[in-house]
Design a protein around this ligand. Structure first.
Ligand code: KG4
Ligand code: ZN
Length: 389
């Protein structure tokens, strides 16, 4: 007997028909999963394979009925020595990694390729060569296996990362629609009103650099490796956030600007290093703590304003910068002050991963939103455009 395999005892509470999937009638019913003691919707069990390849992580995930079974990521170390992602090298690595990563995800989930109902892939935004690898794989897979193809906007995935559950975490408390998402990654800084799983509105965005870029550029001037965010985070834990003052932008409404911060830090360092050539090494923790707290202050100022303007009190964060320990603490503390309910994604789902793409694909599957074979990847792809369709 497979003792570790959870036994599903279907108990039909309600039954209705849905017209998903090319007007085929599908039973929708609820069942009680005895081993985890929850009620859940089951739509004839939908298994999704998801692919993420927008930048320098090749990732594949398997989800069954929206529950994550496996999530495999191959991170490309090749870029470290160049101080940033080299697009050509990224595409080549994706090409090498994609089959082993998918194989691994299938194995870990104990699923065969024939069980896949749909393949979701990141269509954009991202590096075109990288996106081409994932989207070509997904299209070929959908053709070969005669399964549904679902395009996902990378940012849609980052927002939904907050909802990722595994069989062990099904039923955990989640944000209620509409909620605000502070989406902060290497390419984006946005405040989004999330109205449903498939309807979102951007109310604030950066006019120049993204928050992740600000971390990476500050790290670069300090001589720290790429990507710089985690290194700044690590040093900041040991430093004094009030040690140095850097310029903060004066941008109207809910928009962000981060390009001035990098310049302010650069000029400050040039001046100090002239006086003391060892200034950076002697003060690295304090510089990182001060830079990080400035970025967090900028992010929170507009988030507080957005919460005031919209009256929304459920707040989530997403994207690579959501891994930042200072930001996570500040969100919780600010939430307590303003009586928000705050939700933080698990650390492993903050940076790029296919699990979040799979969850977005699952909700598009439920909404009957499928892609066609003629779809091309998009290096630039705004959420407005994506949700307008
Ligand atoms: O979401 P992501 O993996 O890729 C994009 O979609 O851009 O985000 C990557 C960004 C990088 O800029 C990286 O430095 C930043 O997230 N990041 C962090 C931390 N971990 C990753 N920034 C600050 N603190 C961290 N702990
Ligand atoms: Zn990302």
């Amino acid at each position: 007997m497979a003792r570790n395999k959870p036994k599903v005892h279907p108990v039909i509470f309600s039954m209705r028909f849905s017209t998903l999937n090319e007007n085929k009638l599908i039973f929708v019913y609820k069942y009680r999963h005895k081993s985890i003691g929850i009620n859940q919707k089951l739509i004839m069990s939908t298994t999704i394979l998801a692919i993420e390849s927008s930048c320098d992580d090749t990732s594949a995930a398997i989800l069954r009925d929206g529950v994550l079974l496996s999530n495999t990521i191959a991170s490309q170390k090749v870029h470290e020595r160049y101080g940033g992602v080299v697009p050509e090298l990224a595409s080549r690595s994706h090409q090498q990694n994609i089959i082993p990563v998918v194989d691994d995800a299938l194995k870990q989930a104990n699923i065969s390729v024939d069980e896949i109902d749909a393949i979701g892939f990141t269509r954009g935004p991202g590096l075109l060569g990288s996106l081409l690898v994932g989207s070509s794989f997904a299209k070929a897979f959908a053709l070969a296996k005669n399964c549904k193809l679902i395009e996902v906007n990378h940012l849609h995935g980052h927002v939904l990362a907050n909802f990722i559950v595994t069989p062990e975490t099904v039923g955990k408390e989640q944000a209620k629609f509409p909620f605000l998402c502070l989406l902060v990654s290497g390419g984006h800084s946005q405040i989004i009103v999330v109205k449903s799983y498939t309807d979102m509105e951007i109310i604030g965005t950066t006019i120049d650099d993204a928050a992740g870029e600000a971390f990476d550029k500050c790290a670069k001037v300090l001589g720290l490796p790429y990507p710089g965010g985690p290194h700044i985070d690590r040093h900041a834990k040991l430093g004094d956030p009030k040690a140095f003052q850097f310029n903060k932008p004066q941008i109207p409404d809910l928009d962000y600007s981060f390009s001035g911060l990098k310049t302010s830090i650069l000029y400050f360092l040039q001046k100090e290093v002239q006086k003391n050539p060892n200034f950076i090494t002697e003060n690295i923790d304090d510089i990182c703590a001060s830079a990080q707290s400035t970025i967090i202050e900028i992010l929170l100022k507009k988030l507080i304003l957005a919460a005031k303007q919209t009256g929304i009190k459920d707040i989530v964060i997403g994207g690579g910068v959501a891994a930042n320990s200072g930001l996570r603490e500040a969100i919780v503390a600010t939430g307590e002050k303003y009586h928000w309910r705050t939700f933080l994604p698990e650390l492993r789902y903050t940076t790029d991963n296919a699990a979040m793409i799979g969850l977005a694909a699952y909700h598009k599957y439920l909404a009957g939103q499928f892609a066609t074979q003629d779809l091309a990847p998009r290096a630039r792809y705004s959420l407005q455009e994506y949700f307008a369709k």
